[in-house]
Design a protein around this ligand. Structure first.
Ligand code: SAM
Length: 486
């Protein structure tokens, strides 16, 4: 569910317009990086054309080798720095530059927030092209490190070697446990310390790797699809619960038992210790049996007086603290008085639906993933909420005239689609429904702006609130309130 597009037209122009290859591999010298555009790409200009450059900062002066030349823009990589921007700060992680995780560590956090807010403003000006109120100051994250509650590490027998390692001529351990190198599915960077997740995360990963190496357990071969140790997922909560899931690529009972016993004995604070034997070609496990080795088969997160059960297959926003800020904005924008029918579209595990249920007459949540809907229902039960109902299916197939014949019309619609935004049929249905208020939560302001351009036929935008869920990255969440034109 990754959508890099602005609008359909922009997407076409950017990707399929005739390409001028003349520039490829040419080096453009002394380019001044001007600003940051969508998706964190830095922008400079050369001979009237936009040049997108990665891994630089506004204010840097660089020589750029052109890697892609199209008729309207070019892409390139910085090969030499003449001046470093004053906006730069020293990256705190030794993996910065190789690991794809926190690409903005070299930009100070205040400026990261400014750029994120600017991204929202740019997308709404360029794509939505409708009248907008002031974009409110972004709600920053009080934690700019250790803010994630979930990390997913991959075992590999093909560790990524740095240029220095290769040039040294030495031989190195090739087994690794860490993250995928961007755009290289079979190369894994061995992570020694990750600043994204707190608790026992770093220790579990490092000690498990050490144990596996000492005991000669095989690390997964991503090309040939063999090997015992495949994947490690660590989930933590603000209530100090920890879930650890190990995926095995072979059904080796003895090996599995040794790994799980090691984790159980050495990490008594793991409250949910699970494993999966996944013999499939890919490491997704929504269709695989999850076996509880020790403890509960879920962890529990708290938000105000609500409890949310998170199972191994459940989605939960990855920055819990900022998810709360996001939901608070959504609830404030919904401005519920207790009598409203609320639709929560793309409800996931019903977190927003359950979060606003006490202030509404009834909440209807719709979501694609059936297991998530089961979690949403369970979360209503756990919290004693009896005014919610949930439906599983593709939004464009569920939100139809038939459904509306059997359910009350919404007074408020909260919608939180994936990065690709809403299907056009869903937008059309929202226009037909004419709910007095729509609260649109999005992790991609470009597709949000595209959808809002269509909704503008009947709605005005009266609030725009960006929220930062992912410090050190270009990602930005944005909440918009639309009110029906009178
Ligand atoms: C950004 S998440 C929002 C989750 C939820 N609102 C939350 O805060 O936890 C988007 C959700 O949309 C669901 N989804 C994606 N495509 C869908 C579709 N075509 N129809 C229904 N749901 C869909 C995904 O499974 C995911 O749970």
């Amino acid at each position: 569910m990754f959508c890099q597009v602005a609008g359909y037209k922009e997407y076409f122009l950017l990707n399929f317009a005739p390409m001028s290859r003349k520039m490829k591999n040419k080096v453009v010298t002394n380019l001044k990086i001007e600003r940051i555009a969508a998706e964190g790409k830095c922008v400079a200009h050369h001979e009237g054309k936009v040049v997108f450059v990665n891994n630089v900062a506004p204010g840097d002066v660089v020589d750029v080798r052109i890697t892609k030349g199209k008729s309207s823009f070019m892409e390139g990589e910085a090969i030499a720095f003449h001046e470093y921007s004053k906006e730069r700060v020293e990256p705190f992680c030794s993996h910065f530059g190789t690991c794809g995780g926190c690409k903005w560590q070299h930009i100070n956090y205040e400026l990261q927030k400014t750029y994120k807010r600017q991204q929202v403003l740019d997308q709404f000006t360029r794509i939505a092209k409708v009248a907008i109120p002031e974009v409110l100051p972004i709600i920053g994250s009080s934690h700019t490190q250790y803010y994630r509650n979930k990390l997913d590490f991959t075992f590999s027998n093909n560790r990524w070697l740095t240029r220095e390692e290769i040039n040294s001529g030495k031989s190195f351990e090739r087994n690794a446990l860490g993250f995928h190198i961007p755009k290289m599915f079979d190369k894994i960077i061995d992570i020694e310390n990750c600043f994204l997740q707190g608790g026992i995360s770093n220790e579990v990963r490092n000690r498990l790797r050490e144990f596996a190496l000492e005991n000669g357990l095989s690390f997964y071969d991503l090309r040939n699809q063999v090997g015992l140790l495949r994947n490690l997922i660590i989930r933590t909560t603000s209530t100090d619960e920890t879930m650890v899931i190990v995926q095995f690529g072979e059904n080796d009972r003895d090996g599995i038992e040794r790994v799980m016993q090691f984790l159980k004995l050495n990490f008594p604070s793991i409250t949910s210790l699970l494993y999966i034997i996944n013999l499939k070609k890919n490491e997704t496990f929504h269709d695989q049996e999850v076996i509880t080795y020790h403890g509960k088969d879920y962890i529990e997160e708290k938000m105000e007086d609500l409890k949310f059960r998170i199972g191994p297959k459940s989605f939960y926003q990855t920055n819990s603290e900022q998810a709360y800020e996001l939901y608070r904005v959504a609830r404030e924008f919904a401005d519920l008085k207790g009598e409203e029918i609320v639709y929560d579209l793309y409800t996931g595990t019903g977190t927003i639906a359950n979060f606003v249920a006490k202030q509404a007459k009834a909440v209807i949540g719709i979501e694609y993933v059936e297991a998530a809907i089961e979690d949403a229902k369970l979360n209503s039960i756990v919290n004693g909420l009896d005014n919610t109902s949930f439906y599983a299916g593709d939004m464009k197939d569920i939100l139809k005239v038939e459904f509306l014949k059997n359910h009350p019309k919404p007074d408020v619609i909260i919608t939180d689609p994936p990065r690709a935004g809403m299907h056009e049929d869903v937008v059309k249905m929202l226009l037909r429904l004419e709910a007095p208020k729509i609260v649109y939560v999005s992790c991609n302001p470009a597709t949000q702006a595209r959808d809002i351009a269509l909704l503008a036929e009947k709605y005005v935008i009266d609030k725009i609130q960006p929220v930062d869920m992912f410090p050190q990255t270009y990602h930005v969440e944005n909440v918009v309130r639309l009110t029906l034109k009178s």
